[in-house]
Design a protein around this ligand. Sequence first.
Ligand code: 5GP
Length: 365
Amino acid sequence: MNWWVSMPKVELHAHLNGSIRDSTLMELARELGDRGLVHFPDVERVILKHDRSLTEVFKMFDLIHVLTTDHETVSRITKEVIEDFAAENVVYLELRTTPKKNVSKGMNKKSYMEAVLEGLRVVSNVEVDIFSEPNFDCPASAGIYARNNECESNGTGKKKIYVRLLLSIDRRETTEAAMETVKLALEMRHLGVVGIDLSGNPIIGEWLTFLPALEFAKEQGLLITLHCGEVPNQVEIHAMLDFLPARIGHACCFGEEEWAKLKSLKLPVEICLTSNIRTETISSLDIHHFADLYISGHPIVLCTDDSGVFSTSVSGEYSLASSSFGIQKREMFQLARNAVNFIFAGNKVKQELEQVFDLAAKTLE
Ligand code: 5GP
């Protein structure tokens, strides 16, 4: 097996609808085409086009959302995405998705998330740990925790992947819709929801629209990650850093002042190399901020962002960073291992992941 695949990895920035297999998207598009709901050749052309600007990426998401609107499909894509990450030895995945309403399919934000959970439950070729620790004093979690332990002690001998969920607020949403997402996350904490993400087209929406919901989430103990600095908006970048999220994603359009602030705050950055290059938010890898952050020992985690939309994989991102920045395998392994420090799950999971990396360190030598 390819070394980059065999190495255990932690994925902290993956959007569900951006991580769908091309083959599944094509199948869904063909079905809708047969029913006259989309024009298949047009959709096929969009799916197969791999170089997309940031604006085109958001058009692509609008198209994907047309193809994945019902509960059954949401469960299916979730199952497949988990299987795909597990197949390349991702041992801990924080999967993020925007809870959606779709009146014509009887879908609301809660039922959307229930469909995601159903997708997690039906994964069969790998053991999925979604709530092995009761993070909160929640009576509902006690029963689930016990059941899950039983499952672990059954000793299935299957590969195991820890999955935790982040609910995304889309920048197109109102304050009320953002608050609804946060309340749903709180309701689902005992089901593996650990935090909130702010994402969506960075040229849409105002930081102040989302702030009340994000502050409420933080007060309630949810951990927050923000898409920050995908476009040059220095006022927003400063406001986001002042908010003190637990992590940020991208950080592409930072100036000297913003770098200084980020570094003094030691905020972990989710780095998505292929995504940044494909969307041209960074013009080439030799000027990517990965190098400076890595050399200065700033906390960073390599991630895919949208493995489907950008045709990449976590292993591919590690291999790319190694070859582009001249970093040896041993150091790349350490980089993957450091990511455990920045996960949103609690200490029990961190300790178990440390053991996974200890074991791999012996076998991969
Ligand atoms: P979903 O939340 O529907 O599962 O995943 C797709 C959504 O994630 C997109 O509609 C968009 O809101 C968000 N997203 C995916 N990739 C990116 C990205 O590179 N930048 C930003 N800002 N948002 C993204």
